[in-house]
Design a protein around this ligand. Structure first.
Ligand SMILES: [Zn+2]
Length: 266
């Protein structure tokens, strides 16, 4: 299994694309979030991932920087389906708020003919807390991250041999979810900024964390590897070094601070 970060920034950055990523296993792709717009298609192109080979998408929550890129995937898929050119189907997984928003967008933006393929080729899959689905050959469990701002789900991906990846979306981890994430092989957590710059970026007012906070959470959960993302963009070029240095003071496992388009072997 391979993880490719398409974007690693928070909602209003310009130095990175918004946070979204692809999990890939044996030529099968699972897209998690879409970033904030059509630039998703550039990122997929740069990563060498054909959009028409993505058959599974999960949207963590309905915020602009996660959901709007998905409209472009829907556009491409509905066009392909309505012209009889689609190979296979597209499943879009999301909680009730996400699915409601995507259904509404789709209904008002796309043609009546294209809308005939909704749930008949382009399938909205409503997920509840604890639901499991087989996606790209792995069991994926969806969980409510108990976010403060809006209903948001994360995922636990079974990597086999007792290994698992936990993605906590873009808000600070809620202790109530500890049983889900304890001892994970890979833990993906947002780091809005450095602790040393918290007074500048004010992460706590936005339900976000610093690299230090994320590291302390990861240490408490006893995970092996911590992936930090969804950051500000004032440290482009030095972010990896700075965030890794800060997080490593509080977390004894491996710290990853991927750049946009960076790939990690899981
Ligand atoms: Zn976000």
């Amino acid at each position: 299994m391979k993880l490719t970060m398409l974007g690693t920034g928070h909602a209003v950055v310009t130095g990175y694309y918004n946070t979204c990523f692809v999990l890939e296993d044996e030529g099968q792709y699972f897209l998690v979030d879409g970033g904030g717009g059509g630039f998703l298609l550039n990122r997929l192109d740069e990563a060498g991932i054909p959009w028409h080979e993505i058959h599974d998408i999960f949207v963590t929550h309905k915020h602009t920087d996660h959901i709007l890129g998905i409209i472009w995937m829907i556009r491409l898929w509905l066009a392909a389906l309505s012209h009889g050119k689609a190979k296979g189907e597209l499943n879009i997984y999301g909680n009730e708020v996400v699915i409601e928003a995507l259904r509404l967008f789709t209904k008002v933006i796309f043609t009546e003919k294209e809308n005939e393929f909704v749930d008949h080729g382009l399938n909205f899959v409503l997920v509840q807390d604890g639901d499991e689905h087989e996606i790209i050959g792995h069991t994926v469990r969806f969980f409510d991250i108990r976010a403060s701002k809006i209903l948001q789900f994360g995922i636990v991906v079974d990597l086999g041999e007792g290994r698992r990846l936990v993605c906590n979306g873009d808000e600070t981890f809620n202790d109530e979810c500890a049983p889900i994430a304890e001892g994970a092989t890979w833990f993906m957590h947002e780091a809005f900024c450095l602790y040393s710059q918290a007074d500048v970026f004010k992460p706590y007012e936005k339900g976000h964390s610093t690299a230090k906070d994320a590291a302390q959470i990861a240490e408490g959960l006893g995970v092996d590897n911590l992936i930090l993302y969804h950051t500000e963009d004032s440290n482009v070029g030095t972010r990896k070094e700075l965030y890794t240095m800060e997080a490593s003071q509080f977390f004894t496992g491996n710290v990853y601070v991927p750049e946009d388009l960076e790939t990690i072997e899981l």
